[in-house]
Write a protein that binds this ligand. Structure first.
Ligand SMILES: [Zn+2]
Length: 321
C-alpha cells in the first residue's frame, strides 16, 4: 500500500484504490481523482463531491459510515466540494494533511481553502516550475469579461472548458458581466448540479425545446466541452457565416499554445509561489509531493531549503512507528 495514511486503526487511500485500505478518500469530483468510487464500499469525501460524482457520472457512491477519530476534511479551494484530508495519529500526535488539488487564490465557485498547521503535508504538484507564476485571478477574470464584450460585437464567442469546475466558473464570470452563456447539454447538466448544491448560475441550454437553438441569428457566448470546441466553432460558422471567436481558460495556457483565438491563464491549481505560501502557513516540517510534477517540485522545494521528497512508501513506514 503506497498511497495511504494509516492511523488510529484504519487505513485511508488517497484519491486512488489501494489494496487493503479500509476507506477511500476522494478529494474532489474530477475524473482523475475518482477511481475508487466505482468499487469502494467506504468512500470518504465531502457531501458535494459524492453528489457531483453520482449526478455527473452515474456512479452510486457508498459513503463511509464510520466515525473516524482524528480525521477532518478541510476546504481545498479547487472546485465545488474539493477537500483536503487531515489525519492526526493519536499515538504519535503527528498530523498529516493531504491537499489533493488545491488553490490559494479565490474561485467564484468553490469555498476558499483552509490551511491548518501540520507536521507533514502531502502536496499536489501539478505546477512544479518556479518560473510559472499565475496572474491574479481577478485580473484574468476582468480580461475575460472585456474580451468577450468586445468580440461579441463582431461575432459569436465560444469557450472550451472542462465539464466540472471551469465551465461553472466561466458562467459565474460571464454572469458578473451581465451575460448568460449558452451551454452544451453535458455542461448544462453539470451546471444544474452546481445549482442544486447552492450556486446561482444563469445559463441557457443549447438544446432547450422552448427557446429553440439560441445560437441562431444573433451573436452569442457559448461554452462547450474542450474536445468539441473546433467542431462546434465550424458548425456555428457554417450556420449563418457569422465569425466565431474561440477561447480557453486554463492554467496550461501559461505553458502551452492552444489553437484558439485567445487563451486565458485561469488556473484552479496552485502555482509554485502558492505552494510556498501553503508550506509556510502550514508550518510543515516535512513535505511530500504528489502528482505529475512530483519529482520536479520536490527538487525545487529542496533547493529552497525545505525537507521535501516524492510521496511514496515512506509515509506508511513512518506512521506505523
Ligand atoms: Zn482537479
Amino acid at each position: 500500500m503506497t498511497f495511504t495514511i494509516n492511523a488510529n486503526g484504519y487505513s485511508i487511500s488517497l484519491d486512488s484504490r489501494e489494496q487493503g485500505a479500509d476507506i477511500d478518500f476522494i478529494s474532489h469530483a474530477h475524473t482523475d481523482h475518482i477511481g475508487a468510487a466505482r468499487s469502494s464500499s467506504s468512500v470518504l469525501s465531502s457531501y458535494e463531491t459524492s453528489y457531483l460524482i453520482e449526478k455527473t457520472y452515474g456512479i452510486k457512491v457508498r459513503r463511509c459510515e464510520r466515525a473516524l477519530e482524528g480525521v477532518k476534511l478541510l476546504d481545498a479551494g479547487h472546485m465545488l466540494g474539493s477537500s483536503q484530508l487531515s489525519v492526526t495519529d493519536y499515538d504519535s500526535g503527528n498530523k498529516t494533511v493531504y491537499t489533493g488539488d488545491y488553490l490559494l487564490q479565490r474561485s467564484r465557485v468553490a469555498n476558499p481553502i483552509t490551511i491548518e498547521e501540520a507536521d507533514t503535508i502531502i502536496i499536489d504538484s501539478t505546477y512544479p516550475d518556479p518560473k510559472i507564476e499565475f496572474e491574479d485571478r481577478e485580473e484574468v477574470e476582468r480580461s475575460i469579461q472585456l474580451w468577450v464584450k468586445t468580440k461579441q460585437r463582431y461575432g459569436t464567442v465560444l469557450f472550451g472548458a472542462y465539464t466540472l469546475g471551469k465551465s461553472q466558473e466561466l458562467v459565474a464570470i460571464l454572469n458578473d458581466a451581465g451575460i448568460e452563456p449558452v451551454m452544451s447539454k453535458k455542461l448544462a447538466a453539470a451546471t444544474d448540479t452546481y445549482n442544486e448544491l447552492g450556486m446561482r448560475l444563469k445559463y441557457q441550454s443549447a438544446y432547450s425545446e422552448s427557446s429553440g437553438f439560441p445560437y441562431a441569428g444573433k451573436n452569442t457566448v457559448g461554452i462547450v466541452e474542450n474536445n468539441s470546441l473546433d467542431k462546434v466553432a465550424i458548425m456555428l460558422n457554417q450556420l449563418d457565416g457569422r465569425r466565431v471567436y474561440t477561447a480557453v481558460a486554463t492554467g496550461f495556457a501559461a505553458i502551452f499554445k492552444f489553437k484558439t483565438d485567445v487563451q486565458f491563464p485561469l488556473s484552479d491549481h496552485a502555482d509554485f509561489r502558492q505552494c510556498l505560501d501553503y508550506i509556510e502557513q502550514s508550518n510543515a516540517k516535512r513535505v511530500l509531493t504528489r502528482g505529475s510534477g512530483a519529482k520536479a517540485l520536490a527538487g525545487s522545494l529542496s533547493r529552497k531549503g525545505h525537507a521535501a521528497e516524492v510521496y511514496g512508501a515512506q509515509i506508511e513506514a513512518e506512521q506505523r512507528l
